[in-house]
Design a protein around this ligand. Structure first.
Ligand code: ASP
Length: 342
């Protein structure tokens, strides 16, 4: 058994690696080399750290499914050589990337930890140092020669979350993420306290990387006063195969006949409609109120307590996997990577 863990650090961009452009004063991505200069502690780790940096680091608002495929392939290519992976990523779309990777990496047996920061690494009060150092420690952690964590996670501000349960909820606080419907996997204080009862079970099977994603997905967020034209525009948008309906409370929506008719017609055309709540926490329970039983009747799928981020990426993943609608609906309703409570 080897005793020194090895980690692959993948730098995609984001605030963690940003500096102020002296001319414009705006934050811009910079070269990964500076990250090593900024955190000399990295060289003191009893961990071998190799790194790959994107030739053009991006603000994560520019993240695209093509980059998720690139990340999944990088992990696949380097899977045997490393004990764990740390992905440095902007926090804005980190929950989407973490969710997408969780679906794409089936039978993952090693940790993939996404982290970033609210303040650039070069600033005195940066949160980036702790986030990066502890992420590396978690990605390298083993017990009896086996990785402690074997799933896609987000680490931010002393907390380790299941990636596909996270949501960026605060654009200013260091605690930028929440996992409203699932407990923490670990907390970092004086000790790193793991909560194994919350971990995904390691299947022990061979890693299978899926790299087909279909972006024919849309979100229709309801609000009082939404017009028929808007509803039809989203449901009928070119190329859309699945629509996430962001409903009120426990999955409720207007019972007005034009609205139900619009949804019913879309379902008949083969559009998948998934009911996700606009609430930050809690679950969709179709049929609990009269205002959701209609949805159930016309074939809208209940999304349980999935986040919008998990719903979007799960649909992209499933549409890329199969054309068999029944199979897709079955998989949509089941927990593939711990993204939904059943
Ligand atoms: N706009 C940045 C990004 O998501 C914010 C961050 O890094 O936290 O890339």
């Amino acid at each position: 058994m080897k005793n020194k863990s090895s980690i692959l650090l993948i730098y995609t961009g984001g605030t963690i690696g940003m500096v102020n452009d002296p001319k414009t004063g705006r934050l811009q991505p910079f070269d990964f080399k500076h990250l090593n200069e900024q955190i000399p502690e990295l060289s003191k780790f009893a961990v071998r750290i190799d790194h790959i940096t994107f030739e053009k680091p991006i603000d994560s608002s520019n993240m695209q499914p093509g980059t998720w495929i690139r990340l999944a392939q990088l992990i696949e290519k380097n899977y045997a050589r490393y004990d764990g992976f740390v992905i440095l990523h902007g926090s804005d779309t980190m929950a989407y990337t973490a969710s997408a990777l969780s679906f794409m990496l089936e039978n993952l047996g090693k940790p993939v930890i996404l982290t970033g920061s609210q303040l650039p690494i070069g600033t005195i009060r940066t949160d980036g140092k702790e986030n990066l150092i502890t992420s590396i420690e978690i990605a390298a952690a083993r017990k009896k020669g086996k990785p402690i964590i074997s799933e896609v996670c987000v680490y931010f501000e002393y907390r380790l979350y299941r990636g596909n349960r996270t949501h960026k909820w605060n654009s200013e606080q260091f605690r930028a993420f929440q996992s409203p419907n699932y407990p923490l996997l670990a907390e970092a204080g004086v000790h790193l306290n793991y909560h194994p009862a919350a971990f995904l079970e390691n299947s022990g099977k061979k890693l299978k990387v899926h790299n087909k994603l279909d972006t024919g997905v849309a979100i229709l967020k309801l609000f009082p006063g939404i017009t028929e034209a808007v509803v039809y525009a989203v449901l009928g948008a070119k190329g859309v195969k699945a629509v996430i309906l962001e409903t009120f409370g426990s999955g409720n929506a207007s019972t007005e006949s034009w609205f139900i008719r619009a949804l019913e017609k879309a379902v008949r055309r083969g559009i998948i409609i998934l009911n996700i709540t606009q609430c930050n926490a809690g679950s969709v329970i179709q049929g609990r109120y009269e205002t959701s039983s209609q949805l159930q009747r016309i074939g809208v799928a209940g999304g349980g307590d999935m986040t919008t981020e998990a719903a979007v990426t799960k649909l992209m993943f499933l549409l890329g996997q199969t054309k068999d609608r029944k199979k897709l609906m079955r998989m949509l309703a089941s927990s593939l990577r711990g993204e939904i409570s059943l």
